[in-house]
Design a protein around this ligand. Structure first.
Ligand code: ADP
Length: 246
């Protein structure tokens, strides 16, 4: 079994009176593909944002590769964000830059790659996501599905150890969803990158996950293989949730 890469130890996160994560514990091993499911508002996105050091826990410890996260320390935040890539529901591409430049900007500025090296890798990644011919386009000239592929390529260009995917298809027109999910399946199959996905696409979750975590009330109420969670859930809340979304 591979080593543990991420660990939440008794993590509590509140927004005002609202306790979103309540003494949460879970861990993810290197190379695992973990899917977070559960009702809207159960804290799934907050978990990804905590990992990206975009939020700070009120109590508890988050470890990546054994080291504690220090979200208040800017230098540390930069280091963490080199190791962890995130793809958002809304693609957040830079609108005034070409597709290729969107992908090469961070590797040049943050990783110190030469422009030639970053562009060569950027073109490889665009080829992988099926957009080799769009490198000069501006994001607005692309469909939502194509923009999301660029956002995925941009995250991968940083060679992260972990890829966080936050409902990456939920802003897409229905006919564009399958292509993006197929791309993610391919990435899961062909790379050793650790993936943590928040998704409402249960067939996708079933296909790519090694483990599914079901959240409710700020905690993991049930976890296991997709076969177990989707075919034989133990918890009544899981059955209700799956009954509503499947
Ligand atoms: P999920 O991803 O499971 O839908 P979220 O993590 O997005 O859940 O949100 C969990 C809860 O935290 C929700 O009630 C949401 O309104 C609240 N929340 C999230 N971010 C903030 C914030 N920045 N300020 C205040 N409340 C927030």
């Amino acid at each position: 079994m591979s080593e543990e890469l991420i660990r939440f130890e008794n993590v509590t996160k509140r927004f005002g009176e609202n306790t979103v994560l309540d003494d949460l514990c879970f861990s993810v091993r290197a190379g695992q593909h973990v899917t977070l499911i559960g009702p809207s508002g159960s804290g799934k996105t907050t978990i990804l944002r905590l990992l990206m050091t975009l939020e700070k826990p009120d109590a508890g410890t988050i470890r990546v590769n054994g080291g504690k996260l220090h979200p208040a320390d800017e230098k540390h935040r930069r280091e963490v964000r080199k190791k962890i890539g995130m793809v958002f529901q809304h693609f957040n591409l830079f609108p005034h830059m070409s597709v290729l430049r969107n992908i090469t900007e961070a590797p040049i500025r943050v990783l110190g790659k030469s422009r030639e090296e970053a562009e060569a890798r950027g073109r490889e990644l665009l080829d992988m996501v099926g957009l080799a011919d769009k490198y000069e386009a501006r994001p607005a000239q692309l469909s939502g599905g194509q923009q999301q592929r660029v956002a995925i390529a941009r995250a991968l260009a940083m060679e992260p150890k972990v890829l966080l995917l936050d409902e990456v298809t939920s802003a897409l027109d229905p006919e564009l969803v399958a292509g993006v999910l197929d791309l993610l399946r391919e990435i899961a199959r062909t790379t050793d990158i650790t993936m943590i996905c928040v998704t409402h696409e249960m067939n996708f979750a079933r296909d790519i996950s090694d483990e599914v975590l079901m959240f409710d009330g700020g905690r993991v109420i049930e976890s296991g293989s997709p076969e177990k969670i989707f075919s034989d859930p133990e918890h009544e809340r899981t059955r209700e949730f799956l009954g509503a979304v499947l």
